[in-house]
Design a protein around this ligand. Structure first.
Ligand SMILES: [Zn+2]
Ligand SMILES: [Zn+2]
Length: 331
């Protein structure tokens, strides 16, 4: 028993060291991501794009995809995720970066959230908020802390930019992979040996290979995230709900996630588009928009005020972190 406790403490210590290390290395990874995405864009627009047919037709979508990728990356790194103890980002009166706010009367009907007190920072926080170990603060609709790509938490105010950044990165790398195939063979010297471009052939080959790998890897992550959004779950909730489902099934009960209002509406709420939200075109232009809620009330299934199949005292909180079980965090 003592041995198990010591092993647990040792693991916790290693985990804390890991957090500190990833926290310190974060800015380096963000810098690297900016350099690599810029290199990808330079390769595409100086080598692949000039040879595309019908440039007046093919250039605008390419520029739009690149603009969305860079702007959503900028937003996801700089927009605070929504701290329980901090001010929520508000649209300025006049700004080119913000989409026009939909009329307040058309907003979704939300049910006020219940609150709990965080044992680590002492904040009173609404449902769906969780404490982030690395930021050491409670985050509204906490999804995960992403130390490698964005060096901050993904939460209520930047989750939309996070998913859209991944979507545009997958699109950009997909087109670079498909349209750059012939140029990659040229760079390898398979078609002919003189490489007339300013970017060295080796740099193009490495960028091309990285794009193909990223397209597959980020594509899988994007699919997983969109699947979660369509089910009305954050990354943390996906794990918690798995436990609730098992507990409920063990006593012949059924777990129902009360935030799940149907795949289409879950997606509309997440991106805050469609009836009552912003226009659909806001998914295609790199604009900032407000989430449908302030994180203190949530749209729920008709007639439900909480999840079904979870009894009092069975709710999982991040306090388990102090005990025997840790809350998973994804890179
Ligand atoms: Zn907290
Ligand atoms: Zn964090």
């Amino acid at each position: 028993m003592i041995c198990a406790r010591q092993v647990f403490r040792c693991c916790k210590w290693l985990e804390r060291m890991g957090d500190r290390l990833t926290g310190a290395a974060g800015p380096f990874f963000v810098g690297l991501a900016v350099v690599l995405t810029s290199l990808g864009a330079i390769c595409f627009f100086t080598i692949i794009q000039p040879d595309l047919p019908l440039p007046w037709l093919t250039t605008p979508p390419c520029v739009l995809i690149a603009a969305n990728m860079f702007m959503h990356y900028y937003y996801v790194c700089t927009v605070p995720p929504g701290f329980v103890d901090g001010a929520d980002p508000q649209p300025p009166r006049r700004s080119l970066l913000w989409a026009t706010h939909p009329p307040a009367s058309m907003r979704w009907n939300s049910v006020p959230a219940s609150t709990t007190r965080c044992r680590k920072c002492g904040q009173t926080r609404p449902e769906r908020a969780h404490h982030c170990r690395i930021c050491n603060r409670c985050v509204l609709k906490f999804d995960h802390h992403c130390p490698v790509r964005i060096n901050q938490c993904v939460g209520l105010h930047n989750e939309r930019h996070f998913v859209l950044f991944m979507a545009y990165l997958v699109l950009a790398t997909f087109f670079l992979g498909i349209l750059g195939y012939g140029k990659a063979l040229d760079a390898l010297g398979i078609h002919y040996n003189n490489w007339p471009h300013a970017v060295p052939a080796l740099a193009f080959i490495l960028t091309y290979m990285l794009s193909v790998v990223l397209c597959l890897a980020v594509g899988i992550m994007l699919a997983w995230h969109v699947w979660g959004v369509a089910r009305g779950e954050t990354s943390v909730e996906a794990q918690d709900h798995e436990v609730y489902r098992r507990v409920a099934t063990a006593r012949d009960d059924t777990f129902v996630n009360s935030y799940d209002v149907g795949a289409r509406r879950n997606l509309e709420l997440f991106f805050n588009v469609g009836p009552g939200g912003y226009p659909w075109y806001t998914l295609l232009v790199p604009l900032r928009i407000m989430p449908y809620t302030d994180g203190r009330s949530w749209v729920r299934r008709e007639g439900l005020e909480g999840h079904l199949g979870v009894r009092r005292g069975e709710e999982l909180t991040d306090e388990e972190d102090e005990g025997e079980e840790g809350e998973g965090e994804e890179a």
